[in-house]
Design a protein around this ligand. Structure first.
Ligand code: SF4
Length: 375
């Protein structure tokens, strides 16, 4: 089992577009939560026999709201239990204003070797409209502190398609990001999910998002600027310098197995997907009293898992490996999709190479529609 995800569900405040498992104002629970995570890790290790981790990812929420010492204890505790090698990728997500130099040095010394910074925009007006509690200057300072602490693998998250944004402000934001020489960029279009404060505002016409033409212009700018900066697109929303692709996320896109720890975390092993209790206090109580933290469990039938593997694999530019599908499921693409596949290829949305099935450039524009046909 190569990958372990640890969820830290705490944030400074709740962004109005956020649908992740994250809670503000639970500072008093942080240390107890860190202890519960380590206890859960010990239980998980007892029940799994695995080679050293290839990736470990601390995501959130905002993991760096925990103290540097708690985070270092979690990382060294987990790598001690599960094992690691020199090649193990250990990532942590952070947000500006939640780290200082001392904390970053401690994190680097604990073995974390990849820093993923949630910037979202380098335009202060846009940051305000997103309810982000930091400025563009704070984000740039976090990158500087990260480099000074010895992180040579830094990723920045930005969002486009924001309220009031146009392609000029996107270009400025992206140029500012690239001027900081990131090793990796995750660039996601804002999606307004039901249940978030943005949703009723959008429904009531109080939230004006850029139209399709503006989004297409932003995509064009992204392609040009990233290429010029030497960042290759390797997944629909992700760009990296050679050798800096996120291995943890590649495992997700290959629909590979992964262990998970923490409130709201989702793990997938042996054809079973489990989500842990989402409430952090309840999670701690369950761990402390030796109860199961599994809130939901889904068993994946091979045919459903095959389709999932195809859909997720198509997110990567290289596509989904035909030989790997055959080895894993004993099924091939024609057998599963028949005429649908032929139609999507004839429409120029998919292409079959000798080794892979992948989206064409046109297919990437209509990716959601293609995926819907393949579900
Ligand atoms: S910082 Fe991230 S996880 Fe936290 S509320 Fe904002 S979007 Fe959600």
């Amino acid at each position: 089992m190569p990958s372990l995800y640890i969820h830290i569900p705490f944030c400074l405040s709740k962004c109005p577009y956020c649908s992740f498992v994250s809670y503000p104002g639970l500072d008093g629970l942080h240390q107890r939560y860190a202890a519960a995570l380590l206890r859960e890790a010990g239980e998980l290790r007892k029940n799994s026999s695995i080679p050293p981790l290839t990736t470990l990812f601390l995501g959130g929420g905002t993991p760096t709201l925990l103290s540097g010492q708690d985070l270092a204890t979690i990382v060294t505790g987990c790598t001690g239990l599960f094992g690691r090698s020199d090649q193990t990728e250990i990532s942590i997500e952070t947000n500006p204003k939640t780290v200082d130099q001392e904390k970053l040095i401690l994190l680097r010394e604990s073995g974390i070797n990849r820093l993923s910074i949630g910037v979202q925009s380098f335009n202060d007006r846009e940051l305000q409209s997103l309810g982000r509690p930091h400025s563009a200057a704070d984000a740039a300072e976090t990158v500087r502190l990260g480099r000074a602490a010895g992180f040579d693998n830094i990723s920045l998250d930005l969002m486009y398609g924001l309220p009031g944004q146009d392609h000029h402000s996107w270009q400025q934001s992206l140029e500012r990001a690239l001027s900081l020489s990131p090793d990796h960029l995750s660039l996601y279009e804002l999606t307004v999910e039901q249940g978030t404060p943005f949703h009723p505002r959008l429904e009531q016409g109080q939230l004006e998002l850029p139209d399709e033409e503006e989004i297409a212009a932003m995509d064009q700018i992204t392609a040009t600027l990233c290429r010029q900066a030497g960042l290759a697109r390797y997944e629909i929303s992700n760009y990296a310098r050679p050798g800096h692709e996120c291995r943890h996320n590649i495992n997700y896109w290959q629909n590979g197995p992964y262990l998970a720890l923490g409130a709201g975390a989702v793990g997938c092993t042996d054809g079973r997907r489990q989500q842990k209790t989402t409430d952090p206090l309840r999670y701690c109580e369950q761990i402390e009293s030796g109860q199961s933290t599994v809130q939901e469990e889904e068993c994946l039938e091979p045919a459903a898992s095959f389709r999932e593997t195809v859909i997720m694999g198509l997110r990567m530019l290289r596509g989904v490996s035909r030989a790997r599908l055959q080895r894993r499921y004993g099924m091939d693409l024609d057998g599963c999709y028949g005429d649908t596949l032929t139609r999507l290829i004839d429409q120029g949305l998919l292409e079959m190479t000798a080794s892979h099935l992948r989206l064409t450039a046109r297919g990437r524009i209509f990716a959601n529609q293609v995926m819907a046909d393949l579900v």
